[in-house]
Design a protein around this ligand. Structure first.
Ligand SMILES: Cc1cc2nc3c(=O)[nH]c(=O)nc-3n(C[C@H](O)[C@H](O)[C@H](O)COP(=O)(O)OP(=O)(O)OC[C@H]3O[C@@H](n4cnc5c(N)ncnc54)[C@H](O)[C@@H]3O)c2cc1C
Length: 478
């Protein structure tokens, strides 16, 4: 399509191009991806909406500062290879980020088109365009292997293969270091593989990125729990010169209410790991069982809660209740995820808080007791504090409960590395710009430093850490 020169006024009048998606009634019966992607025409029409602002506030809204106007202009002019190369200068996982980044809180929040329309939903659909460019590249076949500098003879150990670890592996390998990733699970990718469901992020996309790293010469050792098989000190003894710890926030938090130890109560981590990583949805074709329930309650209001609720529907539940103690406005989940969950039939039990889980005579979940809540004054998070309404308790029959109220840092590496400083939440303390820890040669980043955060923030820290590791290995200065 030839790029038409439109005035700013004309551009502002073009409505955002909606991405086609699977019908809600059909998609709850499969695990295929929900949004189907833009065609070339759709992408070029959406790209036309970008005003190509000189000061580009969208770039400042992106944690890794992708040159957004440049990649969008390249799409508009049909230069898709240039578009994806522009994105990849700062983001090694564009197909992932185009799908799961909270753009409405980042680049799209600061977009002038959205601001002029007084509606962030009407901002240029930067995330969808990023996905388009990345998917276009995948359609062209194998990705090009980047140039690797001559061997430095230095060895880097990366502990954990989530987005932070993958980023560091790529950026340090490019410098010519010998890089090994140690991953506790049998498959690499971290939350991208075991947490975020297939219908939001197809696993082939993550595996393609991992394969690219292997083509670059990165060694991957799965089923390797650092802190059990080797400590960090033992990795240095084995000859590694620097270690990057990116073990994430995989420790599930519970509510500590009566009944949480009943059969049929899962942490969201366990539930999603069974369903995603271990493919329990195709049991008995796979070895992993999962409780098939008619009525499921999910506790929480974030992305993890939405993913759990939508997974439960796909596993055949008739009623999935999402129990959240605040109102919809305060939900930390992405707006798109909440909309998708509602379209699929997840029933929102808002301003309600679980106080007890009750079981039958065999120790299986039978019902939950919740109390109604109302919103009081804002708390330290800025959100209005939920306050229980006395005497408003009520029962709801359920067979499975999924607790999705948050995750804390994995404690194993800090607990086996005495000189690695952690804060009061158990997160590893690391310098903001260099991600250096209290222990010489050890860097850390992603959720293990930030607490449960986002893919792009984990990658952003990975980039900074890699820069600092490369510098440290070059100069030897700590
Ligand atoms: C269900 C769910 C949905 C989410 N949805 C979104 C979303 O839509 N958008 C978004 O931006 N973010 C989302 N997030 C958050 C995002 O996935 C994380 O912030 C991000 O993955 C953190 O990356 P990381 O590399 O720090 O750690 P992780 O992705 O957690 O990876 C850590 C890796 O380290 C491994 N590991 C742990 N301990 C050891 C050890 N001792 N030895 C070896 N390996 C170890 C783990 O097995 C894991 O593979 C979601 C999180 C969850 C749980």
């Amino acid at each position: 399509m030839e790029a038409k020169k439109l005035t700013t006024k004309e551009k502002l009048q073009i409505p955002p191009v909606m991405m086609p998606q699977q019908d809600a009634h059909e998609r709850v019966h499969n695990v295929n991806e929900v949004p189907l992607g833009y065609t070339v025409d759709m992408a070029q029409t959406e790209a036309q909406r970008c005003l190509q602002c000189k000061n580009a506030p969208c770039v400042k809204g992106c944690p890794v500062e992708i040159d957004i106007p440049a990649f969008i202009n390249a799409i508009l002019e049909g230069r898709n290879r240039e578009s994806i190369n522009t994105i990849k200068q700062t983001n090694i996982l564009p197909a992932v980020c185009g799908r799961v980044c909270p753009q409405e809180e980042q680049c799209q929040k600061t977009c002038v088109v959205g601001k002029s329309n007084k509606d962030v939903a009407k901002a240029v659909q930067i995330g969808k365009l990023e996905r388009f460019a990345a998917d276009w590249e995948m359609e062209q076949g194998e990705a090009e292997v980047p140039v690797i500098k001559a061997s430095t003879g230095k060895r880097v150990a990366v502990v954990g293969s989530g987005p932070a670890g993958l980023t560091v592996a790529a950026d340090t390998r490019r410098e010519g270091h010998d890089v090994t990733i140690f991953e506790a699970l049998h498959k690499p990718g971290g939350v991208l593989i075991y947490g975020i469901p297939e219908f939001r992020l197809p696993k082939r996309i993550v595996m393609r990125e991992v394969k690219n790293l292997q083509k670059m010469g990165v060694t991957l050792r799965t089923n390797y729990v650092v802190g059990k098989l080797s400590t960090i000190d033992e990795l240095f003894d084995e000859g590694f010169d620097a270690v990057f710890v990116a073990t994430g926030a995989g420790l599930p938090l519970f509510m500590h209410i009566p009944g949480e130890n009943l059969n049929g109560v899962y942490s969201a981590n366990e539930y999603l790991t069974r369903a995603n990583l271990m493919q329990a949805y195709s049991f008995p074709n796979t070895d992993t069982p999962i409780a098939r329930a008619k009525n499921v309650a999910v506790f929480g209001g974030g992305n993890v809660a939405m993913d759990s609720a939508r997974t439960a529907l796909r596993l055949g539940a008739e009623n999935v209740y999402l129990v959240y103690r605040r109102s919809k406005k305060e939900m930390p989940a992405r707006v798109e995820e909440v909309e998708h969950a509602e379209e699929e039939g997840v029933q929102m039990m808002l301003l309600q808080n679980p106080v007890k889980i009750l079981g039958d005579q065999n120790g299986w979940v039978k019902e939950i007791e919740c109390i109604k809540m109302e919103l009081g004054e804002p708390d330290e998070s800025g959100r209005r504090r939920p306050v229980a309404v006395k005497g408003s308790e009520f029962l709801t029959p359920v067979d499975v409960v999924i607790v999705a109220i948050g995750n804390a840092s994995n404690p194993l590496v800090p607990s086996t590395t005495p000189d690695l400083a952690v804060n009061k939440w158990g997160n590893i303390v690391a310098a903001e710009e260099t991600l250096r820890t209290s222990k010489k040669g050890v860097f850390a980043g992603g959720d293990i430093v930030l607490g449960a955060a986002t893919v792009i923030l984990a990658m952003g820290q990975g980039r900074k850490a890699a820069r600092a590791i490369n510098e440290y290995l070059k100069t030897g200065v700590w």
